[in-house]
Design a protein around this ligand. Structure first.
Ligand code: AMP
Length: 565
């Protein structure tokens, strides 16, 4: 198959923002792709050459792309950089050079999808000595026989910037449209369920192409990441019961991070909610699982929570977040930032998919197979409650011992991935916005280069301004989205700049913004001694003067509310 056929589809997809149109472009193409017997080529539609969940990357920096383009078209590297500074889009630059190039013997052979897919795979997999040169060679080999448009998409793919607006939803709908035109409604759900289980376009696509029966055969697979069940937020106990029925299971809502634990034989694998494999970072959890959970194979849904060994108290997520990323000195980190695994669900047990069983049955399984060992592993604190008074009490008890709130689960519900409908809800205290003043900012990069796009915000304390965090989200990208844009904020701040260091500037405190956040925690990083977690600007407040902003006392009060004991 010629790569140009893919490129045509890319161009068409990129030209329309409409989902339905995208589906009608992709569906016929998927039928064609089916004939080729290469379902994995479909990965190219989301700019990859491996399954959706697979985190491997091409590892191509902008500098490396400059070099590949320069070597492929025989152009001086500085000239490529100069072009980039002018045009700002490497894909377009590659297109321009490829179009300009005289037709040569090389050109006579059309670029095939096989070749592109194969070289991209190799670019991804090459490691070690000489990797950079080998990557450049593989890329320039492709560019050498590419026409303009092909060159553009090869470069865009390598830079993870395909810009055709195809997300999982469009791919799923296109599969349905391609193979189940007659019974769409019913199949949309089936395909989504299959997708949630395996997170792999090629598997779902090739099963669907064979028919419903094959699709239904797709099963949960121990050892590969899968999407988890998510919760809808409710405002109070009454709403919780309305959503999941009465009685319901109330559980502590732990403030850690989601860990899906897979075990088969002696092999344990740990995945995050974003499907990243974090097994190597948590040998302590692997050990706890092997020693304290019975069963030959299983998948557990859990929350890993940090705690302080000395005080024996839980710690907020922020304190242990570095454990998720850190790949060295792991033993030291385990000592410093230990975690306890709180198991709240099971999806698979000894050869059986138990997602279809009611919650109460699944709970029985975890209670049976897990040996509770304090500060290592335990089943989540849970109580089946049938009246509001008792539910209130449980909720307050959870907050009192320092948990974030409670999760409330429907007793007879199966485990449903993703979907946020009445299976499980979360209840936690609402925290009001704080008005804060901007005292510093940082320049953005890429599309936002030249704009001040993240802001250091401060509260007041007897005429002094004390920093409480850095916030980079909440403003709008474009004017027509309503609300203040990054560009407008940047314009407001630039005349106020009073100091500069690298990428960061200090501004005189004039601009007030309302900021929302999940909670406030003690932190040595900011001059107030506190930091907001997940801050987001809700409004620019030209109506507020700086003597109206939140005080250090307000911050301390909010910090106490959510503080863990
Ligand atoms: P949120 O992140 O605010 O949407 O809340 C949902 C998250 O709470 C889940 O994704 C889990 O990571 C976490 N969580 C903590 N305790 C539990 C529990 N007992 N049951 C389910 N989820 C929990």
């Amino acid at each position: 198959m010629k790569y140009s056929e893919f490129v045509d589809i890319y161009e068409k997809l990129g030209a329309t923002p409409k989902r339905l149109e995208k589906v009608s472009i992709l569906a016929p193409f998927l039928r064609k792709l089916k004939e080729k017997g290469k379902p994995e080529w479909g990965y190219l539609f989301y700019g990859k050459v491996v399954a959706d969940y697979d985190a491997r990357e091409f590892g191509i920096s902008r500098q490396l792309a400059f070099k590949a383009i320069s070597s492929a078209f025989g152009i001086n590297n500085d000239k490529v950089i100069a072009e980039f500074n002018k045009i700002g889009d490497l894909g377009e630059i590659a297109e321009k050079f490829a179009d300009k190039r005289k037709q040569s013997a090389l050109f006579s052979k059309a670029l095939t999808v096989e070749k592109v897919f194969d070289n991209l795979r190799r670019v991804m997999d090459i490691e070690g000595k000489g990797a950079v040169d080998k990557k450049i060679n593989l890329i320039s080999e492709l560019l050498a026989s590419a026409n303009g448009k092909e060159a553009k998409y090869i470069i865009r793919t390598l830079l993870n910037d395909l810009r055709i607006g195809v997300a999982e939803g469009v791919l799923r709908d296109s599969i349905t449209e391609a193979f189940f035109e007659g019974k769409k409604e019913e199949m949309v759900v089936k395909i989504e369920e299959a997708y949630d289980l395996v997170n792999d376009f090629a598997i779902v696509f090739s099963a669907a192409a064979k028919g419903v029966k094959e699709l239904e055969k797709i099963e949960i697979k121990v050892g590969t990441p899968m999407k988890v069940m998510l919760a809808v937020k409710v405002e109070n106990v009454k709403e919780a019961f309305e959503a999941v029925g009465k009685p319901a299971a109330f559980e502590f809502k732990y403030d850690g991070f989601r860990l899906v634990i897979n075990k088969k034989g002696n092999e344990v694998k740990l995945f995050t909610r974003r499907l990243d494999d974090v097994t190597a970072q948590f040998p302590d959890v692997v050990d706890a699982i092997l020693k304290n959970v019975r069963g030959e194979s299983f998948i557990l849904d859990t929350e890993a929570v940090g705690f302080d060994r000395k005080s024996g108290k839980y710690m907020p997520f922020q304190a242990i977040s570095q454990r998720i990323k850190r790949k060295y000195d792991i033993d030291k980190l385990i000592e410093k930032l230990p975690v306890e695994v709180n198991v709240f669900d099971v999806l698979y047990y000894d050869g059986e998919n138990v997602m279809v069983k009611p919650y109460t049955e699944r709970r029985k399984i975890i209670e049976k197979i897990i040996k509770n060992v304090p500060w290592k592993i335990r089943t989540s604190v849970q109580k089946v409650i049938g009246n509001e008074e008792e539910a209130e009490k449980f909720y307050h008890e959870a907050l009192k011992v320092g948990e974030e709130g409670v999760m409330v689960k429907k007793l007879d519900a199966p485990y449903k991935q993703q979907r946020r409908v009445g299976y499980m809800v979360k209840l936690k205290p609402e925290v009001a916005d704080l008005d804060l003043v901007i005292v510093g900012a940082e320049y953005g990069s890429g599309k936002r280069a030249g704009l001040l796009t993240s802001y250091i915000v401060a509260c007041s304390d007897n005429g002094e301004f004390l920093e409480v965090g850095k916030v980079g989200s909440g403003l709008k990208e474009k004017e027509n989205e309503g609300g203040t844009t990054y560009e407008e904020m940047s314009k407001l701040l630039k005349p106020l700049i009073i100091g500069k260091e690298g990428n960061a500037v200090k501004v005189s405190p004039k601009i007030v913004v309302s900021v929302t956040y999940q909670n406030i925690q003690k932190s040595p990083s900011y001059s107030s001694g506190y930091a907001m977690r997940f801050p987001r600007i809700t409004h620019y407040r030209p109506d507020k003067k700086i003597d109206e902003i939140a005080t250090l006392k307000d911050i301390e009060k909010d910090a106490k509310k959510g503080e863990r004991k």
